[in-house]
Design a protein around this ligand. Structure first.
Ligand SMILES: Cc1ncc(COP(=O)(O)O)c(C=O)c1O
Length: 401
């Protein structure tokens, strides 16, 4: 039977990342493609003990819960965020099914068909997908290694009057970028001036390679503008435990102004009633009964070493023609190939050689750069990295001149 799906879903680009992941799961392809944390970093035993403690609390742990999420975890989270100078409270926090659901909900409650959203160039693919499902249109703002260029941002705020500016200012996916303080301040001021809500998507901020590095969130800068605590603010801060604890817990959160959080909760009711309360309780038990600070430091060190180990192999032929920035945190290196190379063509040769990456063109809302690739450095075990790198080098050498 022929089915007619909505126009919006027809326009959603399928995630090339997922297609590639499927390929690599069924063969002996080594993959730098997925945005996966290292499995040897998962705290398996502490999580097992946390679930045991939850179930020992009784059968009501298996009952329906409130849409906003488990109160004990929200209260803990408010303190955790205070430690990062993000002032909020349990009633201005919404627990979500990963931070991805936060992105989806805020787009759904704010956007009408044809609305414009300003995004970085490049930006997070699944945010573009959620935006398309909301029948909105992404408009790219020129960006460099310090963040969005403020002149282009102001021009596009004036021209398109977007309701939302969506950014990942701290160790972005895909570019591994850290925005400068000056650009952060500029963005916060301009968004306020033009009445656009700022979405600060921050799943990677706690994977920081230099412990002393100070990062000021957009949320904090915005709260300082109004001299308050963010309750009447203009920033929705999205966070996640996927990268620092485990993505399988599917626990993320949104912190923001009360009216925004309440409206998102209303949409969440229609979407899934609430996210898994047993997982949220287990996370509460975990975080209150375990040294998560040491864990965060351990994985940050581990990922820094993996990033350095990988990029230290990119020397001599054929690597001298490639350009990349050493990221200061997160999970990705963004590599520029020579102008005449097309990353998606290189991928075909790479897969024949037994290695995968994500071609950068999928991360653009506008005209893509075709010679970029995203390399994940957290998931491939260090013992396999030299072989994966050698395969990629062979693919680069086989690329037709
Ligand atoms: C920039 C960005 N935002 C949000 C997410 C969603 O993560 P999760 O739903 O697991 O919290 C990801 C996952 O890769 C991401 O890279």
């Amino acid at each position: 039977m022929e089915r007619t799906f909505s126009q919006a879903i027809g326009q959603v680009k399928t995630s090339a990342v997922r297609d590639i992941l499927k390929l690599t799961q069924s063969s002996d392809v080594l993959s730098f493609a997925g945005g996966l944390p290292a499995e040897d970093a998962f705290p398996v035993e502490p999580i097992r003990a946390a679930y045991d403690r939850v179930l020992a609390r009784g059968a009501n742990m298996l009952q329906y819960g409130v849409t906003e999420g488990v109160l004990l975890l929200r209260e803990w989270l408010a303190e955790f965020l205070r430690g990062k100078r993000i002032e909020t409270s349990a009633d201005r926090l919404l627990l979500t099914t990963g931070s991805q659901q936060g992105i989806d909900l805020i787009f759904r409650v704010m956007l009408d068909p044809g609305d414009r959203v300003l995004v970085e160039r490049p930006t997070y693919l699944a945010a573009l997908q959620a935006l398309t499902l909301s029948r909105a249109e992404a408009v790219e703002v020129d960006s460099d290694e310090a963040g969005m260029r403020l002149d282009d941002l102001e021009a596009k705020l004036t021209r398109y009057r977007p309701k939302i500016v969506y950014v990942t200012p701290t160790f972005s996916n895909p570019a591994g970028k850290l925005w400068s303080l000056e650009r952060r301040k500029g963005l916060v001021e301009l968004a306020r001036k033009h009445g656009a809500l700022l979405i600060e998507d921050d799943p990677y901020g706690d994977i920081r390679f230099d412990e002393k590095l100070q990062v000021t969130s957009l949320y904090e800068l915005d709260a300082a503008c109004e001299g308050g605590d963010g309750s009447t603010g203009n920033v929705l801060h999205l966070g996640s435990f996927s990268k620092t604890v485990s993505p399988a817990l599917r626990t993320g959160f949104a912190a923001g102004p009360g009216d925004v959080i309440r409206t998102m909760a209303k949409a969440k009711q229609a979407s899934d009633l609430h996210s898994s309360s047993i997982d949220q309780m287990a996370l509460f038990e975990l975080m209150t009964g375990w040294d998560w600070r040491t864990h965060q430091r351990r994985i940050s060190t581990m990922y820094r070493e993996r990033m350095e180990g990988l990029t230290s192999l990119w020397k001599g032929t054929p690597w001298e023609e490639l350009r990349w920035n050493q990221p200061m945190g997160g999970m990705f290196v963004w590599v520029m190939l020579p102008e005449n190379m097309v990353a998606s063509e290189l991928l075909k040769i790479a897969v024949q050689e037994g290695v995968a990456f994500v071609p950068g063109d999928v991360f653009y809302a506008g005209e893509p750069a075709r010679n970029a690739m995203r390399i994940n450095f957290t998931h491939t075990p260090p013992t396999l990295v030299p072989e994966a790198t050698a395969r990629l080098a062979r693919a680069l050498q086989r690329y037709p001149q």
